[in-house]
Design a protein around this ligand. Structure first.
Ligand code: FES
Length: 149
């Protein structure tokens, strides 16, 4: 079956099996490898992307679910890491292993789009679904708070 959607601002059409999954379509068919596979069961958040502006976990999303919708991956956030969150992530040296951080940034970007000046409690609540096994949570908080200053 063919699925048409807007991916990082451009219309794409992908023909795939009816049970094709969004994460693997992004990574293997469309070569957008910034979105990571962690658990595959909607528990870690490494695969977080935006669907019509909302953060969702691509590992449990069928490709067919994005028909006619807008998908944004970390590659679509900016061409050159110039998004304010990416700049804060760099200046605060947030990542340790780095594996979860595209998901972390996509989750944070969705928050700031809807709530440009969230308080600490709102940030913690919103970022809670995205796990970091290295425990960089303090630096993640610092980078988000730096971005909204
Ligand atoms: Fe999707 Fe873990 S890989 S939530």
């Amino acid at each position: 079956m063919t699925t048409s959607f807007i991916l990082n601002g451009k219309k794409v059409e992908v023909t795939a099996a009816s049970d094709a999954n969004l994460l693997w379509t992004l990574r293997e068919r469309l070569q957008l490898t910034g979105t990571k596979y962690g658990c595959g069961i909607s528990q870690c958040g490494a695969c977080t992307i935006h669907l019509d502006g909302n953060p969702v976990k691509a590992c449990v999303l069928p490709l067919s679910a994005v028909e006619g919708k807008e998908v944004t991956t970390i590659e679509g956030l900016s061409d050159d890491n110039s998004h304010p969150l990416q700049q804060s992530w760099i200046s605060e040296q947030v990542p340790q292993c780095g594996y979860c951080h595209s998901g972390q940034i996509m989750q944070a970007a969705a928050l700031l789009k809807k709530t440009p000046k969230p308080n600490r409690e709102e940030i913690i609540k919103h970022m809670n679904p995205i796990l970091c096994r290295c425990g960089t949570y303090t630096r993640i908080m610092k980078a988000i708070e730096k971005t909204i200053q």
